[in-house]
Write a protein that binds this ligand. Structure first.
Ligand code: FPP
Length: 246
């Protein structure tokens, strides 16, 4: 079993993104309601955030609620929102102690008012922190993000602010929720599913993918270490040959 001490600190991924999957199945295995899985998922979030901050990872992005998740039973959606508000309140101090700056991506204004307000407050209060940026993807969908960006660029073209020729990868990046963030280096998905589920489609173009067969509430330090060590043992060629890299 690996620990975070085994990680080569000179070759860390700058940006780790995680699809936290399997809370429902974790609960079902124990004969409990799905919401019990989400409640236990919060502890895995806390540990992962602290471990990434300890490692000096620059960006950690967590898929906490997708645009599709609104279709879940109301009780489950309400529980997820309640957990979000409670965690933000409870963890503000931990975020500060770890010099973490909170950020959010997605259609944030479609969240219930209470969650929206709490989120904005914690984002403002941690804006001065200079360590890791923790981004919560909330009411996030990659296609929605791209649609919004394309619409905004079309309006700028129409109003002669930019010309179609100005639209390059940098301009596109600047219109995404993730503007000011680097591309994802390592994408982790728990629960054994091998899917991307509409998460950061543009930003994972060259990411290394790591799928692990544990449910999110069981994801701990040694799993994070395993993912990062696996990333460090891969050769990222960005389209070049091995020889060109050497
Ligand atoms: C996926 O499990 C998990 C989610 C949809 C939500 C993730 C939320 C948390 C871990 C808790 C709250 C978050 C924060 C940031 C405090 P699933 O329900 O899809 O599981 P299943 O695939 O087994 O049904």
């Amino acid at each position: 079993m690996h620990s975070i001490e085994d990680i080569d600190k000179s070759k860390l991924p700058k940006h780790i993104a995680i699809i936290m999957d399997g809370n429902g199945r974790w609960a079902k295995q124990r004969g409990k309601l799905r919401v019990f899985g989400h409640e236990n998922g919060v502890e895995a979030v806390r540990q992962t955030v602290e471990n990434c901050a300890k490692l000096n990872i620059d960006f950690l992005t967590l898929y906490a609620f997708s645009t599709e998740n609104w279709k879940r039973p109301k009780i489950e959606v309400d529980t997820l929102m309640r957990l979000l508000v409670a965690s933000l309140r409870k963890e503000l101090k931990t975020l500060d102690e770890n010099n973490i700056c909170l950020n959010a991506i997605g259609k944030i204004d479609s969240l219930p008012q209470k969650a929206h307000k709490e989120l904005k407050e914690v984002i403002e209060k941690t804006a001065k922190n200079t360590g890791m940026t923790l981004t919560l993807a909330l009411s996030y969908g990659s296609r929605e993000e791209l649609k919004t960006a394309i619409r905004a660029m079309a309006i700028e073209v129409k109003n002669n602010i930019i010309s179609p020729d100005d639209i390059d990868e940098t301009v596109i990046n600047d219109h995404l929720y993730t503007r000011s963030m680097p591309d994802v280096d390592l994408l982790i998905r728990t629960s054994g599913e091998h899917r991307i589920s509409n998460f950061l489609l543009w930003q994972i173009a060259y990411a290394e993918l790591f799928f692990i067969d544990v449910f999110w509430p069981d994801f701990g330090e040694h799993h994070l270490a395993e993912a990062i060590i696996s990333y460090q043992n891969r050769e990222r060629r960005f389209g070049k040959t091995s020889e060109q890299l050497n």
